[in-house]
Design a protein around this ligand. Structure first.
Ligand code: NI
Length: 257
């Protein structure tokens, strides 16, 4: 049985001490594909450099809403150049975050839209980060710009409206640690809403460790806890969830085509 961790940050400094050893351990534990996500110009560069070392690792490049304050138009054109690298499978993570930043909503929207247009030029899908900004995110996708290759709601907030509208728009839903948290009251309801052929799994490492490892540094091996939770709720085997999510991830990011 093989698993695909569709979103992790091995470009994070928390992996500085043991990155290479850990990534090999992860691979040997049957996590046989990983997408290493960028969130700023620097982390996007790093995401590609690290991914180049492993044939089972890919990268995304983009400026997240929490990193746009120091970003210039020049950075966006550098991101566009990085995105032409063969290892890059999407523009992301990009989007809106009104939890950490409420002062610059207009700038967040502008940079989000510019990066969707960039993805369209490059014929790439997008990886969306949205936090406490569900209706503005949906408004952009529905009314402001046509996102051609669609993409993924990464670490998707457990919100019924977002899931319903996101699926209608043709996006995939990626589940992370929070579906396993004891205080996620509606996780089961949300998981049932998403057809198996629209689900991706991810760890968002080094953050968001699933139960029972909350608070510890996360790594891709723990993607199995996410898959197990989905299997339990949908009354499927772990293998069925592993297989489908693997296939879905390859499909949306055109890996192995
Ligand atoms: Ni992330």
């Amino acid at each position: 049985m093989e698993f695909f961790d569709s979103h992790a940050h091995y470009n994070d400094e928390k992996f500085e001490v043991d990155r290479d050893k850990l990534i090999k351990k992860i691979y040997n534990d049957n996590i046989t594909n990983i997408i290493n996500a960028g969130y700023s110009l620097e982390s996007s560069k790093q995401a590609i450099i690290i991914a180049k070392n492993y044939k089972f690792m890919y990268a995304t490049v983009g400026i997240s809403p929490n990193d746009i304050e120091d970003c210039s138009k020049e950075d966006l054109s550098q991101i566009e150049n990085l995105a032409k690298n063969k290892k890059v499978v999407a523009i992301g993570e990009i989007g809106l975050d009104y939890h950490w930043n409420t002062e610059n909503k207009d700038l967040q929207k502008e940079i989000f839209i510019l990066q969707i247009e960039m993805a369209n030029r490059l014929e790439l899908p997008i990886v969306i980060h949205t936090r406490e900004a569900i209706y503005d995110t949906l408004d952009i996708l529905k009314n402001k710009v046509n996102c051609i290759r669609k993409g993924v709601f990464h670490c998707c907030p457990l919100n019924v409206d977002l899931i319903r509208e996101g699926l209608k728009l043709g996006f995939y839903i990626s589940f992370a640690g929070p579906i396993t948290f004891k205080n996620s009251k509606n996780a089961d309801e949300i998981i049932k809403m998403v057809p198996l052929d629209k689900i991706l799994i991810e760890t968002d490492s080094p953050y968001l460790s699933p139960e029972p490892l909350r608070g510890k540094r996360n790594d891709s091996r723990n993607v199995k806890y996410i898959a197990q939770k989905i299997a339990d709720v949908k009354e499927l085997t772990l293998e069925e969830v592993a297989k489908s999510t693997y296939k879905n991830t390859k499909n949306i990011f055109k890996i192995g085509f």
